[in-house]
Design a protein around this ligand. Structure first.
Ligand code: SF4
Ligand code: SF4
Length: 164
């Protein structure tokens, strides 16, 4: 490393330190003013103590998929495969069976999503003609040790080794 590089490096480290110090001072001032009853236009930054405390996710978030059911408990999904067709990640797999109701014709006996490939675009939800699939479970934590564990069965439900 040349002297010029070393000087540039030191300046950048100093600049980073000053930015951090500025954020600390501004947040500290905002919190202190609020503590004594003076409201500032903006609140100080707050660190969420995750996982003990969690931030509320917006109502329009996209989280783990779920299949909606009919009043009798059967899935609303008619295994039309439209969601599979539009899925850009090709991460949905559906195993279909005949439905005894001739109006419904087909029903899924297994509905699986590979979360290691899903990009959470929501196309499957938009494409479904039965409004049978939604991404509103609020389940966002699925850290796993292996990719295979990210194949999540959303119907009939999480199976062995695939717990959410
Ligand atoms: S959210 Fe997008 S990528 Fe994920 S399963 Fe649905 S269509 Fe596929
Ligand atoms: S979830 Fe909707 S689009 Fe996907 S197979 Fe079922 S009915 Fe068709």
């Amino acid at each position: 490393m040349t002297v010029k590089d070393g000087a540039r490096f030191a300046i950048e480290v100093l600049r980073g330190g000053l930015i951090t110090a500025r954020h600390f001072a501004v947040n500290m001032a905002r919190h202190s003013l609020r503590a004594i009853g003076i409201r500032t236009r903006r609140t100080g930054a707050v660190t969420i103590q995750y996982p003990e405390a969690r931030k509320q996710v917006p109502s329009r978030h996209r989280s783990l998929h779920r299949l909606l059911t009919r009043p009798d408990g059967r899935p609303r999904c008619v295994a039309c495969m439209l969601c599979l067709t539009v899925c850009p990640s090709e991460c949905i797999s559906v195993e279909a069976d005949e439905d005894p109701d001739p109006e419904i014709q087909k029903t899924p006996i297994r509905f699986e999503i590979d979360l290691s490939r899903c990009c959470f675009c929501g196309f499957c939800v938009e494409a479904c003609p039965e409004d049978a699939i939604r991404m509103d479970t609020g389940i966002l934590e699925w850290g796993r040790l292996g990719r295979d564990d990210l194949r999540i069965e959303i119907w009939p439900g999480p199976g062995p080794g695939r717990k959410i």
